[in-house]
Design a protein around this ligand. Sequence first.
Ligand SMILES: *[C@@H]1O[C@H](CO)[C@@H](O)[C@H](O)[C@H]1NC(C)=O
Ligand SMILES: *[C@@H]1O[C@H](CO)[C@@H](O)[C@H](O)[C@H]1NC(C)=O
Ligand SMILES: *[C@@H]1O[C@H](CO)[C@@H](O)[C@H](O)[C@H]1NC(C)=O
Ligand SMILES: *[C@@H]1O[C@H](CO)[C@@H](O)[C@H](O)[C@H]1NC(C)=O
Ligand SMILES: *[C@@H]1O[C@H](CO)[C@@H](O)[C@H](O)[C@H]1NC(C)=O
Ligand SMILES: *[C@@H]1O[C@H](CO)[C@@H](O)[C@H](O)[C@H]1NC(C)=O
Ligand SMILES: *[C@@H]1O[C@H](CO)[C@@H](O)[C@H](O)[C@H]1NC(C)=O
Ligand SMILES: [Fe+2]
Length: 451
Amino acid sequence: MLAKHSFILLVMITYLYFVTSDIVWFRPEQIHISYGEKSGDIVVTWSTFNETKDSIVEYGIGGLILQSNGTSVLFTDGGSAKHSQYIHKVTLSNLTPDRKYMYHCGSNLGWSNLFSFRSPPLQENWQPHIAIYGDMGNENAQSLTRLQEETQREMYDAILHVGDFAYDMNSQNAEVGDEFMRQIESIAAYVPYMTCPGNHEEKYNFSNYRYRFNMPNGNNFLSYSFNMGPLHIISISTEVYYFLNYGIKPLIFQYQWLEDDLARANLPENREKQPWIIVIGHRPMYCSNNDSDDCTKNETLTRAGLPFFQFFGLEKLFYNYGVDLEIWAHEHSYERLWPIYNHKIYNGSYNAPYVNPMAPVHFTTGSAGCKEGRDSFIKPRPEWSAFISRDYGFTRLKAYNKSHLHFEQVSDDKGGAVIDSFWIIKDSHDFYPNSVIDWAKMDSMRLKNFL
Ligand SMILES: *[C@@H]1O[C@H](CO)[C@@H](O)[C@H](O)[C@H]1NC(C)=O
Ligand SMILES: *[C@@H]1O[C@H](CO)[C@@H](O)[C@H](O)[C@H]1NC(C)=O
Ligand SMILES: *[C@@H]1O[C@H](CO)[C@@H](O)[C@H](O)[C@H]1NC(C)=O
Ligand SMILES: *[C@@H]1O[C@H](CO)[C@@H](O)[C@H](O)[C@H]1NC(C)=O
Ligand SMILES: *[C@@H]1O[C@H](CO)[C@@H](O)[C@H](O)[C@H]1NC(C)=O
Ligand SMILES: *[C@@H]1O[C@H](CO)[C@@H](O)[C@H](O)[C@H]1NC(C)=O
Ligand SMILES: *[C@@H]1O[C@H](CO)[C@@H](O)[C@H](O)[C@H]1NC(C)=O
Ligand SMILES: [Fe+2]
C-alpha cells in the first residue's frame, strides 16, 4: 500500500520536475536594452537556457500591437562546466520618438514580464539625463537600489556602466554573471544600458562581456560611438593596452578606428549637431589613489602609449581632436580633475576652471559598490585633483544644450545627497590651442561622407 503511494508520488514529482523545468528553461531572463546601430533604434537582449526557434519582441505604445523578430546565438562560458545559454537579440526600428513603449520578449514557449522604455527623442530636441558609474558587482552593489528607484521613476534616458561588472561575470562557471544580469534587469530593462569593458571582463578573451552586451559595435571590436542630443559618446576598451596576451591588433585597430571616429565627429556638419565629444573608458589616465595601479604613478599606458616607443598614446589624440570630457572608473572612489593636458592644468576663462576650459576635463567614478570595497587616496594630493570622495555612489550628467553640461555626484553613504556638482560651459567647441590636426584624415572623412 505504502509502496504504491510512494510510486505514485514519485511519478508525480518526476512529472512536475520535467514540466516546470521546461517552463523555466524556455523562459526569458536577464532582459536588458541598448541603443542600436541606427540612431533611434532600441535593441532588446535576453537569455534562455534552452534553444527556442523564435526570438520575438511584442511591443507598442499603449498595447503589444507590434512585433519584431531577431536571432539568438549560443554562448558557452570558458569555465570547466561549459555553462551555456542562448542569447537573443531583437532590434526595434522606426519607433515614434519620445513615447513610452511597453514590451515583452520571448517566444510561444515562454514570455518575459512586461517592461517599458521611452523611445529616443529626435536628436535636436533632446536634453539627455544620464547615470554614470563603474565597478558595480553582484555582491555589495551599493548604488543599485537608488538607481532602480530613479530609473523606474523615469529620471534617466540611459545608463553608462564604465567597466567592471559582477566580480566577475565568469566566476563560478558564469553563474555570477547570470545573477548579475538578473540584478541589473531592474534598471537595464527600462533604459539603454551602455557599457565598456574593464579588467574584470578579461577572462576567456572578454567572452562573457562580448556576448552578454549588444553594443552598436559593427566594427567587431569592443569600441563604438553613439549620439544623444548634443553628445557624441565614444566608448573605448582601455584593456587593449594591458592584456597584450590577446595581441597588439586590438590596440592598433581601436586607435585607427578612434582617429576615424574623431575626425568624422569633427566635420563641421557633425560637430555643429553634437558639439560635446565625451570618451568613456575603464582605467583612468590620472588618479591620486593609494594603490599600485599605474594611474598613481606618473605614466599610464593609455595616456602616454606603449613604453619605449610612446606609440598610440590616447591623451594627445583626444587633445588634438578636441575631446571635451573623459570619464573613467576602476578606482573605487570619485575624483574630479581641473582641465589637464600632459600633467599641466589648463583652467578656463574668467578664473572659472570649467568655463571654456583649455584642455579636456576628466573625472573617475568607480564607486557604485563591489566586493573589493573602497579605495583611498595619497597625501598630499596632486594639484590637478579638484575633488575626491570615498563614498559609494554614482554620477548624474544632464546635457542642457550645446553650451551647458551639469554634473552631480550622488553619495549612497549620505542617503543620496549630492556631494559635488559642477557645470562645464563652452561658448564654442573650437580646437584647443596648439592642437595638431591630421587634415588629410579630415579630408578623407569629408570625402567618405560625401560619397
Ligand atoms: C534543454 O537543454 C538541456 C541542456 O542542454 C537538455 O539536456 C534538454 O534536453 C533540453 N530540453 C529541451 C526540452 O529541449
Ligand atoms: C515572427 O516570427 C513568428 C514566428 O515564426 C511569425 O509568426 C511572425 O509572422 C514573425 N513576425 C514578423 C514581423 O516577421
Ligand atoms: C578574441 O576575440 C576576438 C573577437 O571574437 C577575435 O577576433 C580574436 O581573434 C580573439 N583573440 C584570441 C587571442 O583568441
Ligand atoms: C611626469 O611626466 C611629465 C611629462 O612627461 C614630466 O614633465 C614630469 O616631470 C613627470 N613627473 C614626475 C614626478 O616624474
Ligand atoms: C585652476 O582653478 C582652481 C580653482 O579656481 C585653482 O585652485 C587652481 O589654482 C587653478 N590652477 C591654475 C593652474 O590656474
Ligand atoms: C598608502 O597607505 C598606507 C596605509 O595607510 C600607507 O602606509 C602608505 O604610506 C600610503 N602610501 C602613500 C603613497 O601615501
Ligand atoms: C543652455 O542651458 C543653460 C542652462 O539651462 C541656459 O542658462 C542657457 O541659456 C542655455 N543656452 C541656450 C543657447 O539655450
Ligand atoms: Fe577595474
